[in-house]
Each structure stands twice: as C-alpha cells, then as structure tokens.
Design a protein around this ligand. Structure first.
Ligand code: GTP
Ligand code: SPV
Ligand code: MN
Length: 601
C-alpha cells in the first residue's frame, strides 16, 4: 500500500484538463523534463475523475475499500511504517540568508538546496504518472484566498487534496491566463520513501515548496502546513495579515448572541475536538459551530480581526475519537472518509484505540499485520488520521464560505501541561497576550517524529510552522495589535493538568464549554475574575460547575491554582527560551517578562 505505484492510463476526457496559463504549462514542462514521468494527468476535481482514481488506487493496492454498509464511500491507506508523521528535522526554510529563517527553523541556502533536490528528482517519476493538482485555499470570494498547484506522483495525495482543498477547475478558472498571476508552486515526489532522502523545503521568496521522500500528511499535502502556514505566514507578514495554527469556532448563547473564537493549540492538543464541542446537558440552548479545525487566516477590518478557514476538509487525529469524546467528528467520518494507518476489522470496518465499544477479537493493524487485543502493540498508529470533507460536519458554521470571514472576539492559546498552567487565565491586554503566546509550551505528541511527552516551548503553536524569523513574527503580532481598535481578548487554557497521581484533573471535551462560557462572558464584560500575577483567573463562583461530575472542590482549586514555586521555574524557562533565540525577541516582550517576574515576587 505504501509503495509508489506504476503509471495509469486514463480514458479520453479524464486527466487531460490542461490549464491555459502559460506560466503553469512552462513550470509543469520543466518538472516533466526533470522527473521523466510516463505521462501527465491534469486534474479537474470532477466526480468522474475521482471515481477513476479511486478505482485505479484499489487495483494498485494504494487504497483498500471499507465495508460499504459500515463506512460508505470510505477507504483505508497504510503509509510506509518509516513515514507516519511530520519530520521537523528534515523541514527547511530556504531564504537567501539564515537570519531570515531565524533561530527556530532549519535553514539551507536556496541555490544549493534547489540543486540537491533536482539531483534527487532527476528521473524520479520514471514509469509513474505525474499528477498536476490545481487548488485554492480560502473561500472562493475571499480577498485572502490563494491559488496553488501541486505536482505529485501519489494518487493518495491527489485524493486527499480533493478532500482537503477546493480542488480542480475552480482554481484553474481563478488563475486565468495572466502569466504574472500569483500562485504557489508545489512539487512532491515519493522517490523511494526513504527517510534518508526525505526533505520538505520551502522557498518563500519564490512561493515554492518541494517535498520528497514522504507520502504522509503534513509532509505532502502541500496546501496545509507548507502553504497555508509556512509560506502563508511569510506572505501574511509582508501583506499585513495573520496565518495561524488555530481552530475557529462559533459559540451562540441561549439568548442568541454569537461570538467567534480562534484557538492555537499545538499538534494533537485538541483543536479538532474543541472546534466540534458539544456542550454538556446543563448548557441547554448553547451551540458551538465549526469554522475551521486547524488553520486560521485573519485580516484586519474596521479595527477588528476577521478569520477564514482556508481548508475544505479535516485531517484529524483518529485515536481517542469516540461518540463520547467527539460525536460530531464521529458523524463527520461516517462516510466519504480517507483513513490512514488505522486498524481494519474482519468485517471491513475501521478500528482504533479509544473507539466506542469493546476492541475487536481480531484485526489487521496499521502495518498490515494480524492483531489481537492481548498484544501490547497498538492496532492503530497514535498519529493515524482521517481526511473528511468539512461538509460532513453536522455543526459546520453557516458563515464558513463567507469570504469576509468571521469577527474574532477571543484568541485562546493552550498546550499540554501536566503542571504549572491553570485551567484558564486571561491576559491583561494584547501585548501581555502576545507574551503568553510567545512563551507557551506543550508536551510533544505523535504528530511529529521524535520523543513524545517532552515539554517544549512552542510559540503560538507555530514553532514547526512559522516560515520566517520568529523574532519578526513576534514583532508582527505586536504591530497587528496596534492596528486593532477592537482587539480580541487573549486567554490561555490547559485541559491537561494532572494530579499528583498522574490523572487528568479536568474531564475536558464537552466540559470545556464551562471554560468557553467564562471566556465569552469576559468578552461581554459580565463575569468576574481574580486579578493574579499571571493574569485574570476565574474564581470558583465565576465558572458554571453545576452537574460537573468527577471534579472535587479540591481538584478545582488545584486546577485554578498559581503555584509560586512552579511559576518561578516557568519564568526562568521563559528567560532561557528567549535567550536561546539569540537576541531577536522584541524588547516589549522582554519587558513583559520582567513585569511578570515583579508581579510574582
Ligand atoms: P492536529 O490535527 O495534530 O493539529 O491536532 P488537534 O490539535 O486538532 O488535536 P485533536 O483535537 O485531534 O486531539 C488530539 C488528542 O487529544 C486526541 O486523542 C483527543 O482525544 C485528545 N483531546 C482533545 N481534547 C481533549 C481534552 O479536552 N481533554 C483531554 N484529556 N484530551 C483531549
Ligand atoms: C499537525 O501536525 O498539526 C497536523 C497534522 O495538523 S499534519 O497535517 O500531518 O501536519
Ligand atoms: Mn495541526
């Protein structure tokens, strides 16, 4: 399933949708000469094309069809076991100077990198089909919307891009024939799926991405992390907007008042779950709707921030998803879903750790091996994913296609922290909020290769995704704040604080509504808080805790506690982190730290 597949030959009318734009044709020709594919398949995004590509993928064992009754129009793909997550160590920002990429990115010199990649791509598509995938990121009528073309030799990538983006004819039409129009060039080849020849390279100045040697998720769906975040953040700074690793949700009170909130949590830290939250029974009349689950593009209008979701689907973490934790995600992935690296049951359904009900007595695990519940190996990979169209989401926000975006009342930062960070606190103002975002930290997860569970600083959840110097990024946040006359309030949350015996103190998921309500009420200036050294923290009576089961008053106090000793360590880690960035941190943020230290004293 995970090996590159040989060329396919489409019938007339499929795969021959050549765009008119000469700049695109010239570029495709250049890549054709380099990679030497057997043939070129020009995608138009039609149903007919999709049906054909699925049929070919089934024949070539790239996909496996799931039981049509249990998982209609859904498929399973297994990636190479050496290729199951993003590879941050092989991800490069190739700006003319190292300083432009900054202290948090791997940098490599553009000319050398192009030449190295050309060496790897030479003849790489021999015997394979080269697909040209046109797509747009953003609602069709948004001023923020960007056009991209991805060349790939993977049908799995084409099928995923059709779910994750607005793909095909819509992009070709939007680009038109102007050879000077702005569009992103993305080149992807599986090569031989070897970690030693795996590089994800970004050339912001050229609006170009080249990804080789992987077939997995954020490494190869170039629209997502590569364009919408790394290149996107670079363009955003130049053009005066924000590209952020944030979900966007709508929250409507029983009185009918609606707010929109954006939240940045690092990978596998709860964005999709929060964006689809179902309030507990006690919150009758409250409604949460999803605008986006991973990426927000935000622009300033009338002194406010307005956000669009550039994507068209969800590439979500599967393990832990259940009717208990996230019923809306379960409904979204009931059909039309492309699963990667989950387990296959004997009746052709999918299974994963944390799914409702008892584990199957026998299954085929994510690697394709027999699996029984007594084995200690997991049946589904911890970073197994679903790709599903956002139209499947039963709580999709009605404004999701609005090119103007939705007005953001609050920005929330958050991470996985077993200690130190209270359940929620509010920044005093935008600059303080920028400081909180710039110093946030989280325990690492399976979304990227490497150790799991280690606390690392991950500013604004953008450490792996900021396409330029992080100091300039902090500066851009500060400058954006100055341009806002009605800025969102900024908060920090932590669903993952643990008790001394290592158990989560907070039930999370739907109960996060209790925190969200406080946040909304703060925006409407109708709820109190305690002014602490780190920011405003709700007192017990400020949170609606009725019918909350399993949390004792003592645990609640622990959740809201600011432990002086832990915060001394925290602030000294902030200082170390800033120092490690080698002098790029704006002085306003250094000053914020000094003020925090003084308040803590
Ligand atoms: P990416 O797609 O990698 O950007 O991840 P994400 O931020 O969208 O995370 P997601 O919502 O998929 O959640 C990741 C994991 O965290 C899943 O296993 C969830 O079950 C778990 N999780 C999400 N929300 C909560 C919560 O409130 N409490 C606890 N304890 N776990 C949660
Ligand atoms: C993340 O890691 O933040 C993801 C998954 O959203 S991937 O698209 O693989 O980057
Ligand atoms: Mn993500």
């Amino acid at each position: 399933m995970n090996n590159p597949a040989p060329a396919i030959s489409p019938p007339a009318g499929i795969g021959d949708h050549k765009p008119a734009n000469q700049a695109v044709l010239d570029w495709v020709h250049e890549i054709e000469l380099l990679t030497q594919p057997e043939n070129i398949f020009w995608c138009d995004g039609s149903e007919r094309e999709n049906d054909f590509l699925i049929a070919e993928s089934l024949k070539q064992n790239v996909l496996l069809k799931l039981n049509e009754k249990k998982a209609p129009r859904s498929y399973l793909h297994r990636s190479n076991p050496n290729d199951v997550a993003r590879v941050e160590q092989f991800t490069f920002i190739c700006t003319p100077t190292k300083a432009e990429a900054g202290p948090t990115n791997n940098w490599s010199e553009p000319a050398e990198t192009y030449s190295k990649l050309q060496g790897l791509l030479k003849g790489a598509m021999r015997g394979r089909t080269m697909f040209v995938v046109p797509y747009i990121m953003g609602p069709p009528d948004s001023p923020l919307t960007k056009i991209g073309f991805e060349i790939t030799d993977s049908k799995y990538v084409v099928l995923s891009m059709r779910i994750m983006t607005r793909m095909g004819e819509i992009a070709v039409k939007r680009l038109g024939s102007d050879p000077k129009a702005e569009w992103n060039r993305g080149v992807h080849s599986l090569l031989d799926v070897n970690p030693e020849r795996r590089f994800i390279c970004h050339f912001p100045q050229d609006n170009t991405i080249i990804s080789v040697g992987s077939g997995y998720g954020g490494n190869v769906l170039l629209s997502k992390k590569c364009l919408a975040l790394r290149i996107g953040s670079y363009l955003a700074r130049k053009q005066g907007w924000l590209a952020e690793h944030m979900l966007i949700l709508g929250v409507e009170s029983p009185a009918g008042k609606k707010h929109y909130v954006a939240a940045a949590f690092p990978s596998a830290c709860g964005k999709t779950n929060f964006a689809m939250l179902i309030p507990p029974k006690h919150f009758a009349g409250w409604k949460v709707t999803t605008v986006g689950d991973d990426i927000a593009w935000m622009q300033i209008r009338d002194g406010r921030l307005w956000a669009v979701n550039p994507e068209n689907g969800y590439f979500g973490v599967v393990p832990g998803t259940s009717c208990k934790s996230n019923p809306n995600a379960m409904k979204s992935i009931e059909r039309d879903t492309l699963y990667t690296n989950v387990a296959l049951t004997d009746d052709g359904d999918v299974w994963w750790e944390g799914k409702d009900g008892a584990p199957p007595k026998h299954a085929i695990d994510w690697r394709g091996n027999d699996w029984t519940p007594d084995l200690k190996e997991k049946a589904a990979h911890p970073n197994s994913r679903f790709a599903t169209p956002m139209r499947n989401n039963p709580v999709l926000d009605p404004q999701v296609e609005d090119g103007n975006g939705v007005p953001i009342s609050a920005i929330i930062f958050g991470g996985r922290r077993s200690d130190t960070m209270p359940l929620v606190f509010q920044a005093f103002d935008w600059e303080h909020g920028t400081y909180i975002g710039s110093t946030m930290a989280s325990e690492t997860t399976a979304a990227a290769t490497g150790a799991v569970g280690q606390v690392r600083r991950d500013p604004m959840a953008m450490l792996p995704f900021c396409g330029y110097n992080i100091g300039d990024y902090f500066r851009h946040w500060l400058e954006t704040g100055k341009r806002l006359t009605d800025p969102p309030l900024i908060f920090h949350v932590n669903w993952f604080r643990k008790s001394a015996d290592g158990k989560f103190l907070w039930p999370g998921f739907g109960d996060n509504m209790r925190v969200l309500e406080w946040i909304i009420d703060r925006c409407d200036e109708r709820i109190g808080a305690n002014e602490s050294a780190i920011g405003y923290i709700p007192r017990m009576q400020d949170l609606d805790l009725d019918e909350l089961s399993g949390v004792t008053p003592n645990q609640m106090r622990e959740l809201l506690n600011v432990n002086a000793e832990e915060w001394q360590k925290e602030i000294s880690d902030h200082a170390k982190f800033f120092a490690s960035l080698g002098g790029v941190v704006p002085k306003e943020l250094e000053k914020q730290r000094e003020q925090l230290a003084a308040r803590l004293r």
